[in-house]
Every structure is written in C-alpha cells, then in structure tokens.
Design a protein around this ligand. Structure first.
Ligand SMILES: [Zn+2]
Length: 172
C-alpha cells in the first residue's frame, strides 16, 4: 500500500511538472512575440461551471469538485499570469488585465449579446446582419483585447482567453 501511495505521488508530481513546463513554454513564447498581452481578470464562476451540471443531470459531489476546480484552476491561471507579467516586463512589454464579463457571450464584430451563441468551441452570431461564425475563444479574445482603452503599438497586441485548446496537461 505504501508503494501505491508512492507511485500516485510520483504520477501527481510528474503531471504538475508537465503543467508548469507548459506554462513556462507558453508564456515565454507569448512574451517573446507580443509587446502587450491582455488577459481577463480571474473569474471563479466561469471556471467551476462544468462541475455544477444541469437540473436534469446535476453534478456529482459538486461542492468538492467546485472547491477543487476553483483551487486548481485559480492557482494555474494565477501562476500563468504571474509568469507572463515578469517575462513581458523583462522584455519591455506589459500585461494588461481587463474585466471580462460577457466576453464569451458578445459578438466581437457587431456587439450582439446572446448567451446561446456559444456552443462548445463554436461561436455563431445570431444577428442576421452580422452572422460571424468562428472559434469561441477567438471571439472572446478579441473582445478582451478590445476592452483595453488604448492599444499600444510595437510588436503587436494579443488578447488571451482561457482556452480548452491551450489548457496544460490535466493534473493527475
Ligand atoms: Zn455579430
């Protein structure tokens, strides 16, 4: 039994190292590529939504999962932003944080807000005069970038949203 606990601990440590490696690689790349990186301010409610389930299919152990998700996701995102901040400032760039309320529900092109427009990774604007369709994270990232008052010139600007695609390897 002690050996099993030991193996589990080693697996967890390896998963954590992989996640941290991923964060270092990604933030180095972002800081080297962009002068200004815009990130959304931490939003706990969004990150734990998946644990809650629906009325028809309520989540199991929701409180525990929500607590765990909140702590893991919060730590990971906070660490990512911290790395980004020191790496961009080392290169003379900066990280800008913006309140991100509604960025995933609003069309970046026409401003139409529709909670149903996002379906998984796909965003489809319901405004027939617009009809923009694309990756939901792209739409949210552009909204986040647009939320900054004054764009800064230089190496270019980037809006970053937490993305399913960009998630680090899942911790064990
Ligand atoms: Zn639109």
């Amino acid at each position: 039994l002690a050996r099993t606990y030991d193996q589990i601990a080693r697996l967890r440590a390896r998963a954590k190292r992989r996640a941290v490696d991923w964060q270092h690689q990604t933030t180095t790349e972002l800081a080297a590529t962009f002068g200004v990186v815009v990130v959304e301010e931490l939003k706990i409610a969004n990150m734990v939504r998946s644990a809650r389930g629906t009325v028809e299919a309520p989540g199991v152990n929701v409180a525990q999962k929500a607590g765990l998700n909140r702590s893991i996701a919060g730590q990971a995102w906070g660490r990512t932003v911290t790395l980004l901040e020191y790496k961009t400032s080392e290169r003379g760039g900066q990280v800008v944080k913006v309140p991100a309320w509604g960025t995933s529900q609003t069309c970046h092109r026409c401003g139409h807000r529709d909670p149903a427009a996002r379906d998984g990774i796909r965003y489809a604007c319901a405004n027939s005069a617009c009809g923009w369709v694309g990756h939901a994270d792209t739409n949210a990232a552009i909204n986040i970038k647009n939320a900054v008052g004054t764009p800064v010139s230089g190496r270019g600007d980037l809006g970053v949203t937490r993305s399913a695609k960009r998630q680090p390897p899942r911790a064990a």
